[in-house]
Design a protein around this ligand. Structure first.
Ligand SMILES: *Cc1c(COP(=O)(O)O)cnc(C)c1O
Length: 399
């Protein structure tokens, strides 16, 4: 595992080269090597002799030891993700994004600790705080995603962690991450960000002061809607705590899934650019439609998050929302059911467009979601946007 100190390469090049170390793609006895790290499936690792077994038990985790500690396929993905994140010491992989979030919270919080959690967080993240963390004696206070530096007023002596998600994946508020991480550093509090929407390509989190950055790789990294995984990437100071917790929790991922994630990662730069362009084209078109109330897309001037988004982000992904003006839930259902090119389904970030109804008013506890118009979330894929616009026009006709 190498940290990301070599920042001489640009992100698109790192995506192509990351994890393809000679020792993971070739064998000196055979000569040469292959382009992609092969899939090493393993539980048992065989040792030459007992001295070898004893030596490797003490080795760092990029030596073959036992399947749960990973194989070169797993290390290659972790290494490639670390390379993408300037300031990172290492990356740990988990069976899903939810598992990564839960593992990070468990690693950094103890009974009696206090957590500040953004009110716009992904719903299962909240469920973990209100469920298992509460049972363990960790208190959670939810905060307004737009709080910025005023978060200082919510920090208590017991506060150990501030959790951020930006933009919120249902309601798309953009948080002032540099302001919050500056306060956190001053007050000795760690920060953890769910960076699934942007990925380090559009928002290098650690460079903005975050200590631990999480991604659901299921979304844009995999990019093809056929594998689940999550990651935590951390600074040198926090990394040992995460690694120790991961070993204790026994979180292991499949090398086959890592190979799929690596395949997705190689094209992330071109896919993201197209997701972003297509998404913005459709968001702008929606904003001109009489059936639409609000478009929630931070790359649009006038969006409440646009100023901070323009300052901090290198682009937009393809996930955003909009409301149906003066419609009721039945009309929203007619609209959704009339769409032919948008799959109705959870998750996002795949090459194919998806749509879901969303109801943030049932989730929020600090800042109520008061917009009476029903909300729709779109994940814009790689189709020609003209076909998607024709499809949405069909949906509006069914309203
Ligand atoms: C999907 C998602 C997750 C969870 O990821 P899974 O891989 O589905 O477990 C976490 N955060 C956000 C913002 C997500 O959209």
């Amino acid at each position: 595992m190498s940290n990301s100190d070599d920042d001489s390469l640009r992100p698109a090049t790192k995506l192509v080269q990351g994890g393809r170390r000679p020792e993971w793609t070739g064998d000196p006895r055979l000569g040469g090597g292959v382009v992609n790290p092969p899939v090493w499936r393993a539980s048992t690792i065989l040792y030459d002799n007992i001295a070898d077994l004893e030596a490797r038990g003490h080795a760092t985790h990029d030596k073959l030891y036992y399947g749960r500690r990973g194989t070169p396929t797993v290390w290659a993905l972790a290494d490639a993700l670390t390379q993408m994140e300037p300031g990172a010491e290492g990356t740990l992989l988990y069976p899903s994004g939810v598992a990564a979030n839960s593992a990070g919270l468990l690693a950094l919080l103890s009974p009696g600790d206090h957590l500040l959690m953004v009110d716009s967080a992904y719903e299962p993240t909240r469920a973990f705080c209100d469920g298992m963390l509460a049972r363990m004696g960790v208190r959670t206070t939810y905060y307004d995603p737009l709080i910025g530096a005023d978060i200082t007023g919510l920090i208590e002596p017991a506060t150990k962690l501030i959790f951020l998600e930006s933009p919120g994946s249902l309601t798309f508020e953009v948080q002032d991450i540099p302001a919050i991480t500056a306060v956190a550093r001053e007050r000795g509090v760690l920060t953890m960000l769910d960076n699934t929407w942007a990925t380090p390509l559009l928002f290098p989190a650690l460079a903005h002061g975050v200590d631990v950055t999480m991604m659901s790789l299921t979304k844009y990294i995999g990019g093809h809607s056929d594998a689940m995984m999550g990651s935590l990437t951390a600074t040198r100071a926090v990394w040992p705590r995460l690694r120790s917790a991961a070993y204790q929790l026994g979180q292991a991922v499949s090398p086959d899934d890592c190979a799929l994630m690596l395949r997705g990662l190689r094209t992330l730069d071109v896919r993201m650019a197209r997701h972003g362009d297509n998404g913005l084209t459709i968001a702008n078109w929606l904003a001109g439609r009489p059936e639409v109330g609000r478009v929630l897309h931070p790359a649009r001037p006038g969006d409440r998050g646009h100023a901070i988004w323009s300052r901090d982000f290198g682009g937009a992904s393809g996930l955003f929302g909009f409301t149906l003006k003066s419609a009721d839930e039945a009309a929203r259902t007619r609209f959704l059911d009339a769409l032919e090119h948008f799959g109705i389904g959870f998750s996002w970030g795949g090459y194919e467009s998806l749509v879901v109804p969303s109801n943030p008013q049932t989730i929020r506890t600090v800042v109520a979601w008061t917009d009476p118009d029903p909300l729709v979330r779109l994940s814009i894929g790689l189709e020609d946007p003209a076909d998607l616009i024709a499809d949405l026009t069909r949906g509006f006709a069914a309203l």
